[in-house]
Design a protein around this ligand. Structure first.
Ligand code: 4NP
Length: 169
């Protein structure tokens, strides 16, 4: 393909966003679910996925407590399966959104030079909450999963608004 066509194809590509936590069984599946719903409600065509920096839970469905909070919000996440983030994800996704600072550090360390994808903290997307962490609820209680849901929902709303602004020119 001539390079101008390539550039045009690139420009027409839909935005692609990957949510990244440690295990890919608690926070990032919830972020994926909240953002998928918010994007769909806003009529945005976006590629969405989630992954973990760790490999302990590969192939497992989300934690039952994460499934329960999603179900309580009307979303079934039982079909999701944990996977590990790879260097190729920096070509496939424009934005890799880390749930906490350790996840962000791990992404930055893995990012290939000159990769297309940028790594950021998820709550950096929320005006006034830059630098904040979505706390890991894995060793916590139901209320920690509620708090994680509230955080990822707020971020999903902010992200949709920002993408809608960009695509409306
Ligand atoms: P997540 O939660 O990163 O939000 O999926 C965790 C899941 C598993 C572990 C830690 C956090 N773990 O240590 O196995």
């Amino acid at each position: 393909m001539p390079s101008r066509d390539l550039a045009e194809a690139e420009a027409m590509r839909k935005p692609a966003i990957l949510f990244v936590c440690l295990g890919n069984i608690c926070r990032s599946p919830l972020a994926e679910a909240a953002f998928r719903r918010a994007a769909s409600q806003a009529g945005l065509d976006v590629e969405i996925d989630s992954a973990g920096t760790g490999d302990w839970h590969l192939g497992y469905p989300p934690d039952s407590r994460a499934q329960a909070i999603a179900r309580a919000k009307g979303i079934d996440i039982s079909d999701l399966r944990a996977r590990q983030v790879t260097p190729e994800d920096f070509e496939r996704f424009d934005l890799l959104l880390a749930l906490d600072h350790q996840n962000l550090n791990d992404l930055v360390a893995m990012r290939p030079p000159n990769a297309r994808g940028r790594a950021r903290l998820l709550l950096d997307m929320v005006p006034g909450r830059e630098g904040e962490t979505v706390h890991d609820p894995f060793y916590g209680t139901e209320s920690d999963f509620e708090a994680a849901w509230d955080d990822v929902s707020e971020a999903a709303g902010a992200l949709v608004r920002s993408l809608a602004d960009q695509t409306s020119g």
